[in-house]
Design a protein around this ligand. Structure first.
Ligand code: FAD
Ligand code: ZN
Length: 473
């Protein structure tokens, strides 16, 4: 009798070409480990379709064979959602070859891209049309729009433009039986019943495979001002955020918080990064954009920060006066994750809180974690303007990193952090998703009725459970 695995691989080869069914261990390896190196899996093969029709045939062949599928875009996800399990009975479906921008409609301010276009590629195509796609992540050179929508990515411009969910008008999805659901409409208004496209946003590949999306474009910024402020406490940073929101209104795009420890790791592992305001415990990075030419905006931002210093909720500030200075300020922020990775393994929490509760949360969490893990290093940064903190812990100096991130420690730290988050009315995942990392914590912290509805939706769309099983639920 024919080996069912071999039969499936032959079928997949006939769909995408033998060269796009990868089985050689060395070639498959990069798809089997996540960006952080926390999750490692195995797979029957990596399949790389180039069109929606090919994705449809691949999914239908896998469905017939009862072989689960793990979709993967740029593999920059931080929760193990795109990593197959160790069983080796899954197929990784890479969208990387679906990398065409299908259309840009400048009058409608929309762009239609295939799922495997990188975020940077989408931004560039929008810029070429004199417009902008505002989603902005440090991983934008590698992550894909399909991955961004599947994780409902956030990033540094959420304050002004919202999450990935807010930036999508339509999607094209291949369902679990291989059928193609065409929701790729480019309408800003469409009240014809349930908003099905949003089901697939943030679903981490568990409900369907996104093959294309219609995205909203915005006026390109003609004026951009970046400033760094040093503050004495997170309470002062919250007061500063409120002041800045009032002063800049819609022009405020991003308000990022960074601890001195987080910036220190960024600088340590990226030598040459400037340190314009040394010696403070916390920093806020502010970005303001205007679609009009406004030469007065830098001076107005400077006056706003001078007011904050006079009134005691900022200690010092600097406004970038060139593109290079602005890039250096943003570089220090964006290199924190990479700096932390190079420093060694760590425990990460991507949490969302009402902005007003953040200072008290940080005090409580610090006290409880310092008692549980004496000497633990707090690497705290994130998108304070929208209440999203990257609340990360590095091993105490001089301890073995691997022991620090052992499952028992991860679980203990997650419990402490997430219990406090829930008590503050927050969320255990702000922008990275659930994947494998937070599946048990989701089960523990989400209301049973919400979980039950999620399971019913999963069962309705993927009754055989072949789409990214064991992720989220
Ligand atoms: P992958 O990692 O390949 O996949 C992510 C999930 O989506 C998986 O569950 C996968 O199965 C699923 N998936 C991928 N493509 C599809 C598809 N076409 N159809 C269905 N399911 C699919 N995230 C933020 O939100 N904000 C940040 O500021 C941010 N900064 C980052 C900085 C760095 C340095 C790094 C490494 C990551 C950062 N991330 C951030 C996380 C990551 O970049 C995002 O989650 C991104 O959206 C993932 O896109 P991807 O293409 O790499 O997806
Ligand atoms: Zn982030």
């Amino acid at each position: 009798m024919a080996d069912p695995g071999a039969t499936l691989l032959a079928r997949l080869s006939s769909v995408v070409g033998a060269g796009n069914v990868i089985t050689a261990a060395a070639d498959v390896a990069p798809y089997l480990v996540d960006w952080r190196g926390r999750y490692r899996g195995a797979a029957l093969a990596v399949v790389r379709p180039a069109s929606t029709a090919e994705v449809s045939s691949v999914v239908s062949a896998c469905a017939h064979a009862g072989v689960p599928i793990v979709p993967q875009g740029g593999n920059t996800g931080l929760c193990g959602g795109g990593t197959p399990h160790a069983t080796g009975n899954e197929v990784v479906l890479s969208l990387a070859r679906m990398n065409r921008v299908r259309a840009v409609d400048a009058d409608n301010a929309t762009l239609t891209a295939e799922a495997g276009v990188t975020l940077a590629g989408v931004q560039a195509a929008a810029n070429d049309a004199g417009l902008a796609f505002p989603l902005s992540l440090a991983s934008e050179g590698s992550c894909t729009i399909g991955g961004n929508l599947s994780t409902n990515a956030g990033g540094t411009a959420v304050l002004r433009y919202g999450n990935a969910r807010d930036l999508v008008l339509g999607v094209e999805v291949v369902l679990a039986d291989g059928s193609v659901l065409d929701l790729a409409r480019s309408l800003r208004k469409d009240n014809t019943g349930y908003d099905l496209k949003q089901l697939f946003v943030g679903a981490e590949g568990t409900l369907g495979i996104l093959t294309a999306a219609v995205l909203k474009l915005y006026a390109a910024p003609r004026t951009r001002v970046t400033a760094l402020a040093a503050v004495a406490s997170v309470g002062d940073a919250v007061a500063l955020a409120r002041h800045v929101k009032q002063a800049l209104g819609d022009r405020l795009v991003g308000f990022e918080l960074m601890s001195d420890v987080a910036l220190g790791l960024s600088r340590k592992h990226h030598p040459g990064t400037p340190d314009p305001l040394p010696g403070h415990p916390w920093y806020a990075l502010v970005q303001a954009d205007d679609s009009a030419d406004d030469p007065s905006l830098p001076d107005r931002v400077e006056a706003m920060l001078a007011f904050a210093i006079e009134n005691g909720f900022a200690r010092d500030a600097t406004v970038a006066r060139s593109g290079a200075q602005a890039a250096a300020l943003w570089g220090a922020r964006e290199n924190i994750s990479e700096g932390q990775r190079r420093e060694g393994p760590n425990l990460k929490h991507d949490i969302s809180l009402p902005v007003s509760s953040i200072p008290a949360f940080l005090d409580d969490a610090r006290d409880r974690l310092a008692a549980a893990f004496p000497g633990v290093r707090f690497v705290v940064f994130g998108h304070l303007g929208d209440g999203n903190l990257h609340y990360n812990l590095s091993a105490p100096a001089g301890t073995a990193d691997e022991a620090f991130i052992a499952p028992a420690n991860l679980e203990r730290a997650q419990r402490i952090v997430h219990d406090l988050v829930v008590a503050c009315g927050g969320s255990i995942s702000a922008e990275h998703g659930i994947g494998q990392l937070k599946r048990d914590e989701l089960e523990r912290t989400k209301a049973p009725l919400e979980l039950a509805i999620m399971r019913r939706i999963k069962a309705a769309l993927d009754p055989a459970g072949i789409l990214n099983p064991g992720k989220i639920l």
